[in-house]
Design a protein around this ligand. Structure first.
Ligand code: NAD
Ligand code: USQ
Length: 390
């Protein structure tokens, strides 16, 4: 099987590329423009775990596992480039991670909102057109987000729901109510992919993924040159990763507002296993399938307490200090999400937040100085209403 991983230098893309090449012997073609590295530098921060260049990563992977990963550097915004790689490799599966993943980054100002839209929506459109021309049979596995749904006061199904209105029934896309311009790009992508499947017969799984956490996977743990990035700054760090980095340097843990915001979460190793499962169960020609990808539902206060308790066992002394919420979001809300489809395909969760925090803290403690160095980027300066404040 030939798999193209778009965004192969990223937090999820690098470990997935290794997993597919190592465990399954798939031919893996990684693609990236290294823009995540640049954008974290633009914020002024860096990955807590030091990461190597792509050349070094690929060399170290070959040395450790005796397998190859092909790499193409380029930008999905450039249609000529996208056409070239799809035509050259004609992949069986395309895993599309290559977007700007940060809600706060998209809320800085008009330029960052437009940049996030151009990058994410146009990159995906370029890909859809190139697939239509050169690999219409391929399975597109696209990373969307649970944040597309927002926090409605009713249960959240997997993509579609049956509705009765004025005496007639239909199965329709569940309403999307994104909470940031970033999350909104994923809604636009979902609409564009659904249309491409309908009119051109492409097949796609659109993954509504929860928040991912974790410092390692089977492959990244083997050699320090294979580590994947781990950000903790206000824009690119996600909440569990941030709380673990904060605990390691004795920075107060930072639930925003009341801290009762509830989200779906999954460990990065389970993320890999979910995507492998989806790859082995492709949709039919013309099918646009939506899968909710999460393994646990927790609120932010519960997470802070877990990090605090496990941190104490390791001799750290994390305190929790709720801070003013820089975002506009419900801080108390109903949240009942379906996530059955992955289980029906054979996926079983292996990790929980409880099992993971201890080893995450242990992995981060040796890098305390790097976290200290960039700690001024922990407290949010990007506000949903006002933009960036100094
Ligand atoms: P990431 O930023 O680490 O990875 C994305 C990679 O794509 C980066 O290496 C970046 O350089 C590259 N990229 C971005 N735009 C590109 C372009 N135009 N051309 C070529 N390469 C480009 O992000 P991640 O955390 O690995 O997330 C991967 C995907 O999963 C994203 O689409 C994100 O929105 C989605 N997602 C992530 C999470 C999470 O918690 N990490 C949760 C839900 C969904
Ligand atoms: N939060 C805090 N304190 C912090 C950081 C975050 O209380 O220090 C809260 C936020 O206000 C939010 C929740 O934690 O309510 C999640 O925030 P996050 O930054 O971990 O996640 P989010 O901005 O939603 O984005 C992340 C990824 C994104 C992905 C999304 C999945 O960056 O790529 O799409 O998770 S989901 O949240 O399900 O939409």
């Amino acid at each position: 099987m030939k798999v193209m991983v778009l965004g192969a230098d990223g937090y999820l893309g690098w470990p997935l590329s290794m997993k597919l090449a190592n465990k399954y012997d798939y031919e893996v073609i990684g693609v990236d423009n290294f823009s995540r590295r640049e954008r974290v530098r633009e914020i002024g921060s860096d990955s807590a775990l030091p990461i190597r260049s792509m050349d070094e990563r690929i060399r170290a992977f070959e040395e450790n596992f005796g397998k190859k990963i092909i790499f193409e550097e380029g930008d999905l915004r450039d249609y000529e480039f996208v056409e070239k790689i799809i035509k050259k490799y004609r992949p069986d599966v395309i895993v599309h991670f290559a977007e700007i993943p940060s809600a706060p980054y998209s809320m800085i100002d008009v330029h960052h909102a437009v940049e996030t839209h151009e990058n994410n929506v146009n990159g995906t459109l370029n890909l859809l057109f190139a697939m239509k021309e050169f690999s219409p049979e391929a399975h597109l596995i696209k990373l969307g987000t649970m944040g597309e749904y927002g926090t409605p006061n009713i249960d959240i199904p997997e993509g579609f729901f049956e509705i009765e209105y004025r005496g007639r029934k239909d199965v329709l896309p569940f309403p999307r109510q994104a909470g940031s311009f970033y999350h909104q790009t994923k809604v636009h992508d979902s609409n564009n992919i659904m249309l491409a499947c309908k009119i051109w017969g492409l097949r796609s799984t659109d993954i509504m993924q929860g928040v991912v956490y974790g410092t390692r996977t089977d492959e990244t743990a083997v050699d320090e040159r294979l580590v994947t990035r781990f950000d903790f700054d206000e824009a690119f760090g996600t909440v569990i990763n941030r709380f673990c980095a904060q605990a390691v340097i004795g920075h107060p843990l930072t639930p925003y507002g009341k801290g009762n915001q509830t989200r779906g979460f999954l460990n990065i190793m389970d993320t890999m296993r979910c995507i492998e499962t989806i790859m082995r169960n492709p949709p039919k020609e013309g099918e646009y399938r939506v899968v909710n990808q999460l393994t646990e539902v927790l609120n932010i206060n519960e997470i802070a307490e877990k990090v605090q308790n496990i941190g104490k066992e390791l001799g750290l002394d994390p305190v929790i200090e709720r801070i003013e919420n820089p975002r506009v979001e419900a801080e108390e809300h109903y949240y009942n999400v379906d996530y059955k489809k992955l289980g029906e395909m054979g996926f079983r969760r292996k990790y929980t937040v409880d099992d993971s925090i201890r080893y995450m803290l242990e992995d981060l403690i040796p890098h305390k100085e790097r976290i200290e160095k960039y700690k001024r980027h922990i407290i949010p300066k990007i506000k949903w209403r006002e933009g960036l404040s100094e």
